[in-house]
Write a protein that binds this ligand. Structure first.
Ligand code: HEM
Length: 513
């Protein structure tokens, strides 16, 4: 019979061996950048350099901005996200090589292949290599300027609904107070739903906000789910494909998938066709061009692929565009002189065009464009971009060999706040985006939509719809800070997307005739 002392000895030895193995394993992993002679942050055991993020002590945006300034002065630098070594690129010339010149070495993003629905894995944003290229080619025709022009009147209907809503609710001189993300979330969702899928909704009128309030929860996960995601992502990426987790709230994804399927069924049963995004996908799915000898079976989309892209467009466009509108209004409420100047520009252009918000009229509003760009600089919805090397690659003007599979990060928010490119970076100064000022700096230090062949496919749609939204608002209403709003706002620490912890509360007043 084995004595208690012997069992204790064996257990203690096993624990010591286990800890030693884990310690040596991490020591080896954490020597990666040192061995390559790359400037890096000293990691702490287990967390690498991501402790403040994993424990939600810093918001995603603050984490990445702080990281950039720890590395400032270096062309590139390394850190550890848990176990994962990542390289941050600070030099705009190297950014250009990765995103454009040598793009064929960096076609992919780092994606976690969780055991999750096809709707997620088939989304353009998650596709890799040739599969991504083919899908991107199939979707691009939906975003040509010709297509966008056919959507302008649909956006204007949503803008009029927004103005009607405000007019009905502004009852006194005190104005009408709103949480902007919620308000613009509803507006943006209506815009995308009608332009892309012919689904007409007036979420601002709908008292339960049914459609909008459900979709807005697409990234809401319980704390437990979020923690599990972080743990798998940072410490056990190898087991991801066995774990039924997702960055998205799957209830919302399935709800949206059903909405798309219903719209599709309706069109197929009535024979109705529209000149929109869903139609492009449906034509590709049913392969109307069966006689086209140039088409292979890979060019035909499956239903899951159609639904996946549709859901992606709704959520990618909804979150980012509503964030841009929210922070544009926030900055205009703080900077009243700029608000007045912008309104003057809008009203004088509209007067020339008999009050019509035509395509040509929109081209004559340079200040509007500059205000949106400066908002995107200070409040970029996406804080950093990622690419993965798909082949071994030597970084330009260096001896650093990036092995296939290495993650490189482009620190969007850091570049946007770097005083070398943007003096006094915390000041809202639209003039930084005048043609003269833009010509003074690299294109690669302003990346709210990414850049290169894998940039944001919805860029032009986003700018067209947010500009029209702002024109409709500013011509009839003044925007002010609510007495409950603290400036500057505090970032939410729980979201990877840009969010104010307590929301952005502003108040609208009717302008006198
Ligand atoms: C202000 C609004 C928006 C911002 C700031 C924004 C930003 C971004 C960024 C930073 C990326 C990554 C680009 C890269 O890695 O280089 C991206 C990708 C993407 N965006 Fe947007 N976006 C916006 C609006 C939209 C809209 C309206 C749609 C769709 C209707 C959309 C659909 C997509 C898709 C599908 C991708 C993935 C592209 C690919 O992987 O090929 N976005 N967006």
């Amino acid at each position: 019979m084995i004595s208690k002392e012997t069992i204790f000895m064996y257990t203690a030895s096993a624990i010591v061996v286990l800890f030693t193995v884990v310690y040596l394993y991490y020591k080896n992993i954490y020597s990666y950048w040192k061995k390559l002679g790359v400037y890096h942050l000293e990691p702490t055991f287990f967390f690498g350099n991501a402790k403040d993020r994993v424990l939600f002590k810093k918001s995603f945006h603050e984490f990445h901005r702080d990281l950039y300034f720890k590395f400032k002065g270096h062309r590139y630098a390394g850190y550890y996200l848990g176990r994962r070594a990542s390289l941050v690129i600070l030099d705009p010339d190297i950014i250009k090589c990765i995103m454009i010149k040598d793009f064929n070495h960096f076609t992919d993003r780092q994606t976690m292949k969780f055991r999750t629905s096809e709707y997620i894995s088939e989304m353009l944003i998650n596709l890799k290599g040739s599969k991504w290229k083919r899908m991107r080619g199939q979707l691009t025709p939906a975003f040509t300027s010709g297509k966008l022009r056919t959507m302008e009147h649909l956006v204007d209907i949503c803008c009029n609904n927004m103005s009607d809503f405000l007019n009905e609710n502004i009852k006194s001189e005190q104005g009408y107070e709103l949480e902007m993300k919620d308000f613009f979330g509803k507006f943006t969702l209506d815009v995308i739903a009608t332009c892309a899928f012919g689904v007409e909704s007036n979420s601002l009128k709908d008292e339960n906000g049914g459609f909008a309030s459900r979709v807005s929860k697409f990234a809401s996960l319980s704390i437990m789910k979020r923690l599990s995601l972080y743990i798998v992502l940072l410490f056990m990426p190898g087991i991801a494909r066995f774990v039924p987790l997702s960055f998205f709230n799957m209830e919302v994804i399935h709800f949206l998938a059903n909405v798309i399927k219903e719209a599709k069924k309706f069109r197929q049963s009535t024979g109705q066709k529209r000149n929109d995004f869903l139609q492009l996908l449906l034509d590709s799915e049913t392969d109307l061009d069966k006689n086209d000898k140039n088409k292979s079976k890979d060019d035909v989309l499956t239903e899951a692929q159609v639904v996946a892209q549709s859901v992606l467009f709704l959520i990618a466009g909804f979150e980012t565009s509503s964030t841009l509108l929210t922070f544009t209004c926030y900055e205009l409420a703080i900077n009243q002189t700029i608000q007045v100047k912008l309104r003057e520009e809008i009203c004088s252009v509209l007067k020339r065009y008999n009050g019509k918000c035509s395509y040509e009229a929109m081209q004559e509003m340079p200040l509007l464009d500059m205000v949106l760009m400066e908002t995107l600089r200070m409040h970029p919805p996406v804080a950093q971009l990622e690419r993965v090397s798909t082949q071994d690659y030597t970084l330009p003007d260096s001896n650093l060999l990036l092995k296939k599979g290495m993650t490189v990060q482009i620190p969007v928010i850091g570049l946007h706040y770097d005083p070398e490119y943007y003096p006094d970076p915390y000041k809202f100064e639209p003039n930084r985006f005048s043609p003269d000022e833009k010509a003074k700096r690299s294109h690669y230090v302003f990346l709210p939509f990414g850049t290169g062949p894998r940039n944001c496919i919805g860029l032009r749609f986003a700018l067209m719809s947010t500009k029209r939204g702002m024109v409709h608002l500013l011509k009839d209403f003044s925007i002010n800070l609510s007495s409950q709003m603290t400036v500057p706002y505090e970032y939410s620490k729980h979201s990877m997307l840009l969010k104010a912890k307590d929301g952005i509360r502003l108040s609208f007043n009717k302008l006198s005739e």
